[in-house]
Design a protein around this ligand. Structure first.
Ligand code: FAD
Length: 263
């Protein structure tokens, strides 16, 4: 990660540039460490691409690319695919449809105050929060997973377990998913489960060396971002979960996505 000029941004917005950079990083960096995709890996990758192609709210070129990739992966009778074939398709599609994934990562809401901080993991959380909210907003777009209460979280869990470069993160996330994901019964709970899990990670990491001093880990959303999310009873802090849910729907909803700095 090289340093880039600081980009002004608004913490109450979500930036499509971060979501695009997340996909760029996944397809060109994270996946590249697997020279061949086969068996469970191939299935996890296919499910992830299909999920993004159905739920990604950020606009046409990204969705088109993910749809093409998804159709291609679903049509292949092969049990294994060289990573290079995925990359060729991504590059080819880009040539045909114009620019999609640029040559550089552009973190905006996920900028770090120095290289090596924030960036990809921040954008991965952001992407999955957006997808849980989008699944709620457009429920029919995942018809083939009817009956599964938390399809976005299931795909996320398998993606993290299989591909996420931070193995310690993967282990923690898997433990959390194994212990409580089955309690998620509907789309609202899916949104809230991820929020709650993310806050648990924030609490665990608060004050760690990996913390960006400009973005200290803290329970989120802050009282400044969402005053009505916070309540107090007998001196004890409580979340108002209805307000939190409404806030998450707004914050990670399609109308709060900013195309600024996007490709
Ligand atoms: P992040 O925590 O990445 O948050 C990104 C943005 O999301 C914030 O800026 C804020 O706008 C918003 N946000 C914050 N909290 C919430 C919330 N509760 N709900 C919704 N939105 C929120 N690092 C480790 O060192 N150990 C781990 O075990 C670990 N586990 C991880 C597990 C997963 C699944 C992922 C994706 C990452 C994990 N990481 C872990 C990385 C870590 O959580 C941060 O992503 C990283 O330190 C960068 O932090 P950040 O300041 O950009 O904020």
């Amino acid at each position: 990660q090289t340093s880039q000029p600081w980009k002004d941004f608004d913490r109450s917005k979500v930036y499509t540039a971060d979501l695009e950079s997340a996909l760029h990083y996944m397809l060109r960096v994270e996946l590249a460490t697997h020279s061949t995709l086969q068996g469970e890996e191939l299935k996890v990758f296919r499910d992830f691409v299909t999920l993004v192609s159905k739920l990604y709210p950020g606009g046409d070129p990204v969705v088109k690319l993910m749809e093409t990739l998804s159709d291609w992966l679903l049509s292949l009778p092969l049990q294994q695919i060289p990573y290079q074939a995925v990359l060729d398709l991504v590059n080819n599609k880009m040539r045909i449809s114009g620019v999609f994934l640029g040559a550089e990562l552009r973190w905006v809401g996920c900028q770090g105050s120095r290289p090596g901080l924030r960036g990809y993991p921040c954008s991965l959380w952001t992407l999955f929060h957006v997808l849980t909210v989008q699944h709620d907003a457009t429920p029919t777009s995942l018809d083939n997973t009817e009956g599964e209460a938390a399809p976005v979280l299931q795909v996320m869990r398998r993606y993290i377990r299989t591909f996420f470069g931070c193995e310690e993160c993967g282990r923690h996330f898997e433990t959390a998913a194994a212990s409580s994901l089955e309690q998620v019964k509907n789309r609202d709970q899916q949104i809230l489960w991820l929020w709650n899990q993310h806050n648990r990670v924030n609490t665990r990491l608060s004050g760690a060396l990996s913390d960006d001093p400009l973005f200290p880990k803290a329970p989120w959303p802050s009282p400044a971002l969402c005053p009505s999310c916070h309540e107090e009873k007998n001196g004890v802090h409580l979340w108002n979960q209805n307000q939190v849910l409404g806030f998450l729907r707004h914050h990670y909803g399609a109308s709060n996505l900013s195309p600024r700095y996007s490709l």
